[in-house]
Design a protein around this ligand. Structure first.
Ligand SMILES: *Cc1c(COP(=O)(O)O)cnc(C)c1O
Length: 424
């Protein structure tokens, strides 16, 4: 395991988390390189039944070292902006293995991606297809295209992260997809390379993926009768992980379910996992600043820590549940009681966890687990707080892969308006 207690002291691989806190300070995100590699290898092995390409969804964690790690394993990347493409390129990723997703690609982003010759544009509307064709014509390029179809399946996940239902803004309905493929075919600057979908995030059962795949295969067959022969089928990401002991998606069952359906077909299976590859491979390390026990409210005691919603917004945004554990054993005789773990930000929604039974004292180190995905990438400077550092652990050594932001960093882009200082 990657995060384990050894003689009462929580470690990241072979590094005690106390050593990281001493050297780097808190709050700090800590990642396990070996766990990221293990998750990748597990999915890759589960898909051996098919020709396949894993495209890591950059938005889950876009740290350059994380991208470099996956590039080194042969991963492609699923991106949603020019910024993510630049990160992939800077990290040594291969643009030919990039799929460009997203409902609102700007002309500048499309041009940037065309110049880098990304592997495929996953297009989500007729308007976007027209714009892509025009940009490709102007630049004298030919763009590979997949239409992102909305397969109208219920991923049975949180409404904010469910994307495959008719009422969501993502993708196009099946009927419209056929029209778009006809338009692609008629345009010499476009090439119909594949078909795509993405039904949501944190999906714990295989069944919605199977349903979506079956719906896409019906379209693949219809297109075939129209003389359009596709090279790949991109089933998207969304593989669920374990936050609160819920069952993690079974990679082997997921793999065999998908690859069986693709047997005897000349299609490369593309998947776009984000959370699954990095979520459980990261934690947020934080220090207890103050305790506010409340004798009259047995169940509302507050432990104020040095991390906050600006560092990890998932609990505040989705009421997401993250495990919270002590890094060191509690002092002898310290009684456990229920605590809300809250940050210093001036919002009542600023909590990292609610009602956790822990024996706590000021100065204690806590680990907020399963924070490797949608953690640092969603951080902000709210309350003018500097964003945390990020550390990558390899066995018994670790490296700061992003230094803590400074106050100078925070203000670097601003130019004080002198007229605002003068009296009118
Ligand atoms: C967010 C997203 C992903 C990754 O989702 P996870 O739940 O992190 O696996 C993949 N593809 C697309 C198009 C996305 O928007």
């Amino acid at each position: 395991m990657s995060f384990e207690s050894r003689e009462g002291l929580l470690h990241a691989e072979a590094v005690p988390l106390t050593a990281i806190a001493e050297r780097v300070g808190t709050p700090v995100y800590v990642y396990s390189a070996s766990m990221m590699r293990a998750r990748y290898a597990e999915l890759d092995a589960a898909l051996t039944g098919s020709r396949h390409q894993l495209c890591y969804a950059v938005k889950a964690n876009s740290n350059l070292s994380v991208l470099r790690l996956f590039a080194g394993l042969g991963a492609g990347f699923d991106i949603v902006s020019a910024g993510e493409l630049q990160r992939v390129v800077s990290a040594g990723g291969d643009p030919a293995r990039v799929v460009f997703s997203g409902v609102g690609k700007s002309s500048e982003e499309i041009d940037f991606a065309l110049k880098h010759a990304v592997g495929c544009f996953n297009i989500e509307s007729g308007g976007e297809l027209v714009r892509l064709a025009e940009r490709a014509r102007l630049l004298g390029k030919k763009a590979n295209v997949a239409v992102r179809v909305n397969p109208d399946v219920d991923a049975k996940t949180h409404p904010y992260i469910s994307t495959g239902l008719k009422e969501n803004k993502f993708g196009v309905p099946a009927e419209q997809a056929l029209e778009l493929y006809a338009a692609i075919r008629a345009d010499m600057h476009l090439n119909a390379l594949g078909i795509a979908c993405h039904i949501g995030s944190q999906i714990s059962s295989v069944q919605p993926f199977a349903e979506a795949l079956d719906n896409l295969l019906v379209l693949v067959d219809t297109l075939e009768t129209q003389g359009v022969s596709l090279g790949h089928l991109d089933i998207g990401g969304g593989l669920g992980i374990s936050y609160q002991n819920e069952p993690c998606l079974d990679a082997a069952v997921y793999g065999s379910t998908l690859t069986q359906r693709l047997a005897n077909r000349d299609l490369t299976l593309v998947i776009e996992p984000g959370r699954y590859l990095v979520g459980e491979a990261g934690l947020l390390l934080t220090t207890v600043e103050y305790l506010k026990p409340r004798p009259t409210h047995e169940h509302k005691n507050f432990a104020v820590v040095d991390a906050a919603m600006n560092d990890l917004i998932r609990p505040a945004l989705y009421r997401a549940w993250h495990p919270v554990t002590r890094v060191t054993p509690p002092a002898p005789g310290l009684e456990p009681r229920p605590w809300d773990i809250v940050g210093p930000v001036c919002e009542s929604g600023d909590f990292l966890a609610e009602d956790r039974r822990l024996a706590l004292a000021a100065g204690d180190l806590l680990a907020i687990s399963a924070a490797g995905a949608y953690g640092m990438v969603l951080s902000s400077n709210y309350n003018s707080r500097s964003r945390p550092a990020e550390v990558m652990v390899h066995g018994d050594s670790f490296q700061v892969v992003r230094r803590r932001e400074t106050l100078r960093d925070q203000m670097a882009l601003e130019q004080p308006d002198e007229r605002c200082a003068a009296r009118p």
